[in-house]
Design a protein around this ligand. Sequence first.
Ligand SMILES: [Zn+2]
Length: 505
Amino acid sequence: HGHELYCAGHMLEAAVAYHAVTGDGRLLKVMEKNVELIRSVFGTEEGKLNSYPGHEEIELALMKAYRATGDRKYYELADYFVENRGSRPGFLEEERFLELSGKEKWLGADYHQAHAKIRDQKAAEGHAVRAMYFYTGAADVALEKGDPTLRQALEALWTNVTGRRMYLTGGVGSQGDGERFTLDYDLPNDTCYTETCAAIGLAMWALRMLKLNPDSSYADVMERALYNNVLSGISEDGEHYFYVNPLMLKPDVARYRRDHESVEPERVKWFGCACCPPNVIRTLCGLGGYVYTQREDAVYQHLYLGNSASLRTSKGEASLCCVSEMPWEGRAEITYQGPAGVSLFLRIPAYAENFCIRRNGEKAEFSVEKGYAHLTPAEGDCFQVSFDMPAQYVQANPRVTEDCGRAAVCRGPLVYCAEEADNGTLLNDFIADLSQQPRAEREDSFGGIVALTAEGSRSDYGEWPEDTLYRPAGSARKQASLRLIPYFLWNNRGVGEMLVWMNAR
Ligand SMILES: [Zn+2]
């Protein structure tokens, strides 16, 4: 009902990772026994519990174990858990489990994504981390199963999440109660949940969708989540963490109000429910796993991270080395060593302007397939990728009430924010001037970043006594500017106001 199978799943993932890195299979052996126990308890056979996990996670872990060992029992259990979810009568709606959840509105069957079978689910519902892990595991199963109806169900859910229920930062989960999805276009900036784990889950799901269908729109979302909501989960010193990653903060309100009780005004050392800190760390340690996917002899590079990679193709061993200036500048150099006959697909990010590739210094010709430049490298080829990524204002669909009349600034994959440390308080009094493009500047702060300046205005009312709340409207404004830093770096200079979506006109 709760986190039993979730914990088993994480332990199984750890066992697979430990085996992959060290070659030591002892923990995997322990977890194989654990999976045997689970198989003896759950199933459709007489005397077994015909059910599914309360908190999904083990599905994707079982698929990792299947790929690591080739043993189909792992795949079969994952497939059973994915396909059985939402079957009726609903296991989680039995009286004994309803008592555990207190019959709370926010903790019903949809909280567990058990309100319908996956092919009948059209919108992401319930607990955001559960949902992301469920879709990730389901996509792993779909890839193995080759069942187009499962893939179509996931595509419909993807469209719902990324088209209606996702924050600009790649965060998901609009409400603290139930840590969950709410309604289409309901994306409050200060009371959101946007758990670090949920953004990690979105990136994991995107990676599986890329394996099902290498389309760069999945990589755009994966990069958005990784560079913004995921990185925001950890402090610059690497020792403090956010669980909730809001897009707007007034510290005294966050500390006081009931509807802000999950929002911490600053990163903390640890959490009683300790999922996010180790999750962000294992994600950063495993970041290499998000850079490429491979389909036979076609290699897709999704992220322009500095890296080196070796790969196996049907023509022989090959390697790729990428030296990159991302995310600060749109420049990367990718060198290929290996046999001819391999296809290299380089992502053209949605934000990239004047995208250009040079091959050993000469302008390269390429076809574009689903947002990737298709190249056929020869031994020793060096591809110089370059593109512009000017800072730009973005607006939200007007159905998002909280963002009406507002704009945020993005540059490349990064979302920017204003902080009290640079701009004082009353950030909401600033009105950005959309006719002036934000200015970008290289700076030494935070180990070297690109900071932005937004031009606009602030009120110029003269004296406004604190005990006077209202007075007739006046139009006095004075020219002002805001300094903006990448969102993932916020709250590294003490507690203060923060704002992503600025008033704008
Ligand atoms: Zn978490």
